[in-house]
Design a protein around this ligand. Structure first.
Ligand code: HEC
Length: 132
């Protein structure tokens, strides 16, 4: 039951965010991502100089993917829990774990997973709007 309520709330929150000026995805982005990827997603956030790898430019993901926004890849990269690392250590936090730790405290393990998934969808959706 708690699972269903959380799922419903997450859906509502998502619907509501679509009509607001600043979406949840944008707010979440500015909170958690802009320090590295920059306010506008070009990879020039203030923390970039502390990293070995340059934070990705998030504004040309469609262009580099033949014109289609690679939604599932972006989702999986942000989540990070199921990503196979191809080269070296990941410098970006594993957001699926970071968010769930937080969300599980409020919604329990199952509801937390629903909310975490929703947050990552909001972020992937927001990044889709940054494409040039
Ligand atoms: C500590 C710095 C840092 C933060 C904070 C950060 N990232 Fe990243 N991100 C990186 C780096 C560095 C890369 C390049 C890949 C790697 O880590 O090896 C990257 C890669 C990515 C990619 C892959 C792009 C591609 O080319 O496919 C996506 C998508 C992404 N980040 C989204 C996000 C989102 C969304 C957030 C906020 C929830 C975020 N990042 C927060 C450092 C960061």
């Amino acid at each position: 039951m708690r699972f269903l309520i959380a799922a419903a709330l997450a859906t509502l929150a998502c619907e509501a965010s679509r009509s607001q000026e600043m979406s949840y995805g944008q707010a979440e982005y500015l909170n958690s991502c802009a320090v590295c990827h920059g306010i506008d997603g070009k990879g020039d956030g203030p923390l970039r100089n502390l990293l070995v790898k340059r934070p990705a430019d998030l504004t040309h993901l469609s262009q580099r993917n033949g014109g289609t926004f690679p939604y599932s890849r972006v989702f999986a990269t942000i989540d990070g829990r199921y990503a196979v690392s191809s080269h070296g250590k990941r410098e970006m936090p594993v957001w699926g774990r970071v968010f769930l730790e937080d969300d599980a405290k409020t919604y329990g393990p199952n509801g937390g997973e629903v909310v975490t998934t929703e947050r990552i969808h909001n972020l992937a959706g927001y990044i889709a709007t940054l494409q040039h």
